[in-house]
Design a protein around this ligand. Structure first.
Ligand code: C2E
Ligand code: CA
Ligand code: CA
Ligand code: CA
Length: 278
């Protein structure tokens, strides 16, 4: 009975089977999505708080399967990260952003920096930096347009080669933002040793302003700490006037969130870039 019981647990738990087959289905669907142009990049502007001008835009991927709604990256990026599929998706997104820069440049859209999210797993590819350096070289000069790399605080801690990769990216003209900041455990000294330009305060803290005393204290501490290290600090997920007032009062540099803009199609985003401010 003992042996049988063990096998039954490892191989026949219905929820395990469902999860595995769903992962496989997503993986298969995604491979097809890359080939048949079902991935779309949306752009969410960030606002410079001292001027109200658009400080940059963040590229956010969506998956649009035929005759279905848009799928959010939270439903598929983690699956792609389990396999090397994230490398292909990452390449696709980077190419899409380079093409967008070329198009906006041709159409005389005022230059803006575009932030690209990079998964921890992508840094495990030893050719990653060289690969995107080539892509970038193939489509420059950008004349004021530029690319920022966003890596999460967790990525910094999980990938041993990250410091060197970030230094190389920085050397070829990228700026580096730490995403979801405050949710990991980066020390001040580790931050000082990395070639970081920007901290993005995680949305979970901004969400609880002004009623959550801990989150409010953490948000102001991140702003003060970031400034003491000479970094730009961005509040993400700003949805209310109260949250905006708080981060402005604390001297935060930039904000991003539904209060200003949702992620926009390239065409919609272009119209706002032409105007320059909110
Ligand atoms: P993230 O990088 O932290 O991106 C911010 C997420 O917050 C986006 O969700 C954005 O649409 C959403 N957001 C922006 N403002 C607000 C707001 O005011 N309120 C609320 N509730 N949400 C807001 P999205 O686009 O669904 O992306 C989710 C995550 O998927 C991203 O989190 C990022 O980690 C990942 N992701 C998105 N695009 C890419 C990509 O191209 N490559 C990789 N590797 N990951 C990506
Ligand atoms: Ca991000
Ligand atoms: Ca974030
Ligand atoms: Ca996030």
């Amino acid at each position: 009975a003992k042996n049988k019981g063990r096998n039954a647990y490892e191989f026949y738990r219905p929820e395990m089977t469902t999860a595995a087959s769903e992962l496989l289905a997503i993986d298969r669907g995604l491979r097809n999505a890359i080939q048949s142009n079902q991935l779309v990049v949306l752009y969410q502007p960030k606002i410079e708080l001292s001027t109200g001008r658009i400080a940059g835009v963040e590229a956010l991927v969506r998956w649009h399967p035929p005759s279905q709604g848009m799928r959010s990256p939270d439903s598929f990026i983690h699956v792609a990260e389990e396999t090397s599929l994230i490398d292909r998706i990452g390449d696709w997104i980077f190419d899409a952003v380079c093409n967008q820069i070329r198009e906006w440049k041709d159409r005389q859209v005022p230059p803006v920096r575009i932030a690209v999210n990079v998964s921890a797993r992508q840094f495990r590819n030893p050719h990653y930096v060289e690969n995107i350096r080539k892509k970038l070289a193939a489509c420059s000069p950008f004349d004021g347009f530029g690319v920022d790399v966003e890596v999460t605080e967790t990525t910094l801690q999980s990938e041993p080669s990250i410091a060197e990769a970030l230094r190389q990216l920085k050397a070829i003209g990228f700026t580096i933002a730490i995403d979801d900041f405050g949710t990991g455990y980066s020390s001040l000294s580790s931050l000082k040793q990395l070639p970081v330009d920007t901290l993005k305060i995680d949305r979970s803290f901004i969400e609880e302003i002004p009623d959550g005393p801990d989150s409010t204290a953490i948000a102001s501490a991140i702003i003060a700490m970031g400034h003491s290290l000479g970094l730009t600090v961005v509040a993400e997920g700003v949805e209310t006037q109260e949250q905006l007032k708080f981060v402005v009062d604390q001297g935060c540099d930039e904000a991003q969130g539904f209060l200003f803009f949702s992620p926009l199609s390239a065409q919609e985003c272009e119209q706002f870039l032409m105007k320059g401010s909110v």
